[in-house]
Write a protein that binds this ligand. Structure first.
Ligand code: SF4
Length: 444
C-alpha cells in the first residue's frame, strides 16, 4: 500500500470563490520584499496604476524581473507572479524559496494561495483502513510492516457494509473526500480484492463524495480499472527526496513509485503524492521532495505533508519530532512551487496546536484529515475541527469545488505553459513522462 498514508495513521503517525483582487494580492507581496532593496523597478502595464514610478516611491508595484535583486528575491518574485504552475523548477530555485526568511515566505505563500484558491476553504477528508497490517514492505516508519514488532494485528479486507457505514458518517459530518487505505505492497494477484474495492469506490462515489484509495503499487491496467470504477484520486507518496529515500525504504525503489504515479496519471486519475517530514532527513531533502513532485509532468492534484509520529518497534521509533518551522517552511514552499495543488496537512496534525495549524493554513495548506479515526489511530474529531475552522473563519470545501481561481491572473495553462522552451511550462499538457524523468535524472 502507499507508504505514507497508512504508515502514518497507524502510527497515529504515520501516514486542492474567486478573489479577483489582483493588486491586493501582489502589492503586499512586493511590499514584503521592497524594504531590502533600493533601486526603482519597472512597472508592467497591467499593474501600472499610478503612473508615478520613481525611486522615491516606498512601494513599487509589481516589478518585472529585476536584476538588481538578489537571486533568491527574483526567484521568489517570479514564482509569486506566475500565471500558472510550471514543472521546470530547479533545485536551486526551490532552495532559494525554501530559504526565504520565514515570515516573508509564509506571507508570499499566502499571497499565492489567495490567487489560486479560495483561501476560506479547507477540504475535509476521512481516511479508513480497509486492510490493516501484515505488509511485506520495510518502510522504516510504518506500524503496518510485518518486519517490525509494533503490536499491530493484521486483518483482511473489510466488508462493503463497514465501508458504507464509515463513509456515511464521514459525509454526514462534513467530509467530502473519503479515502481508503490498504497495507499492500502492490495489487499483483489481488483480482478479487480489486473487484471488491471497485464496488466500494462506486458506492461511495454514489454518495456524492470524492473517493481516494491507496493500495500500493499499481500497473496501468489496474489504474484503468480503478478509473472506470469512478475513482477520484490515488495516493502514492514519494515520501522524501530521491537521495534520502534509500535510508528509509529498501524494498521498492523511488522509480517504482514514480511509475505507479505515472500509471495513475495516465489513467486520468488525480494523483495524491507527498512526503513525510521527520524521518532524519535534512532541509535539502525537503527541497528534493518538492523538486520531485513539482517536476512531474503534472503537479499532483494533492500534496500531503505528513510529519512522523514515531512508532515504537520501528527503526524510526526513537526519532525526535521535527521542528515546526521546518514543517511550515515546507508547506509554504510547496504552495508557492505548486500553486494549484491542494496541500494537505496530514499525519501529525493531531500534535499541532490550533495556532500552529492556523499558521499552516496561512502558508497555503488547504486540506486535513478529520474524523473518529485516521486508519486505526486517533484523529482530530469532526467536532473539534468544525470549531477550529469556524474560529478561524474557514469553511469546509464542497466536493469537486476547488477549481476556483482568478482567471485574470492565472491565465490559460494551454496557451502559456505548453511551450517547452518557455521558462513557464507544462501543466495539463502532454509531455513524455520518460522525457521528464531524463530531465530530472531519474532512470526508469
Ligand atoms: S510498510 Fe506497507 S503499509 Fe506501511 S507504508 Fe510501507 S507500503 Fe504502506
Amino acid at each position: 500500500m502507499s507508504a505514507s498514508l497508512l504508515a502514518k495513521s497507524m502510527a497515529s503517525l504515520a501516514l486542492g470563490v474567486h478573489r479577483p483582487r489582483v493588486q491586493q494580492a501582489v502589492l503586499p507581496t512586493i511590499a514584503a520584499i521592497a524594504p531590502r532593496r533600493s533601486a526603482a523597478v519597472a512597472v508592467p502595464d497591467d499593474h501600472a496604476t499610478t503612473g508615478r514610478q520613481n525611486q522615491h516611491q516606498e512601494r513599487p508595484l509589481a516589478p518585472e524581473i529585476d536584476n538588481s535583486l538578489g537571486n533568491e528575491e527574483s526567484v521568489l518574485q517570479n514564482a509569486v507572479r506566475a500565471r500558472g504552475p510550471r514543472n521546470t523548477w530547479t533545485r536551486d530555485e526551490i532552495a532559494a524559496i525554501y530559504d526565504t526568511p520565514l515570515m516573508d515566505l509564509v506571507y508570499n505563500a499566502s499571497t499565492v494561495h489567495r490567487r489560486f484558491h479560495d483561501s476560506s476553504q479547507i477540504q475535509l477528508c476521512t481516511l479508513l483502513s480497509i486492510k490493516t497490517g501484515g505488509c511485506t514492505e520495510d518502510c522504516s516508519y510504518c506500524a503496518q510492516s510485518s518486519r517490525y514488532d509494533t503490536g499491530l494485528k493484521a486483518s483482511k479486507l473489510v466488508t462493503m457494509g463497514s465501508v458504507l457505514k464509515a463513509a456515511r458518517m464521514a459525509r454526514d459530518n462534513g467530509s467530502t473526500r473519503f479515502c481508503m487505505g490498504a497495507a499492500w505492497r502492490d495489487m499483483k494477484g489481488r483480482k478479487s480484492n480489486l473487484r471488491d474495492i471497485k464496488e466500494m469506490i462506486k458506492e461511495v462515489r454514489g454518495m456524492g463524495m470524492e473517493v481516494c484509495v491507496t493500495l500500493g503499487m499499481l500497473d496501468d491496467a489496474q489504474a484503468k480499472e480503478l478509473k472506470e470504477a469512478g475513482l477520484t484520486a490515488y495516493n502514492h507518496n514519494v515520501d522524501t527526496s530521491r537521495e534520502f529515500y534509500p535510508s528509509v525504504i529498501t524494498t521498492r525503489s523511488y522509480d517504482e513509485r514514480l511509475n505507479t504515479i505515472d500509471n495513475v496519471s495516465q489513467a486520468g486519475i488525480s494523483v495524491c503524492s507527498g512526503g513525510i517530514l521527520g524521518l532524519g532527513e535534512n532541509k535539502e531533502d525537503h527541497v528534493g521532495l518538492i523538486y520531485t513532485l513539482s517536476t512531474l509532468p503534472n503537479h499532483p492534484e494533492s500534496v500531503p505533508i505528513n510529519t512522523l509520529v514515531p512508532i515504537p518497534g520501528t527503526p524510526l521509533g526513537d526519532n525526535k519530532p521535527i521542528e515546526f518551522k521546518s514543517v511550515l517552511r515546507t508547506i509554504a514552499t510547496a504552495r508557492i512551487v505548486m500553486p494549484k495543488s491542494i496541500v494537505r496537512l496530514a499525519a501529525g496534525r493531531i500534535t499541532l496546536s490550533e495556532e500552529k495549524q492556523a499558521m499552516c493554513f496561512m502558508a497555503g495548506a488547504n486540506a486535513i484529515f478529520t474524523g473518529d479515526k485516521m486508519l486505526t489511530t486517533d484523529c482530530t474529531s469532526w467536532d473539534e475541527d468544525k470549531d477550529l475552522l469556524q474560529g478561524w473563519g474557514l469553511r469546509p470545501m464542497k466536493s469537486f469545488e476547488r477549481e476556483a481561481v482568478n482567471p485574470e491572473m492565472v491565465g490559460s495553462d494551454e496557451t502559456d505553459l505548453a511551450n517547452e522552451t518557455s521558462p513557464v511550462a507544462l501543466f495539463g499538457t502532454e509531455k513524455s513522462f520518460e522525457q521528464l524523468k531524463r530531465n530530472t535524472g531519474t532512470s526508469v
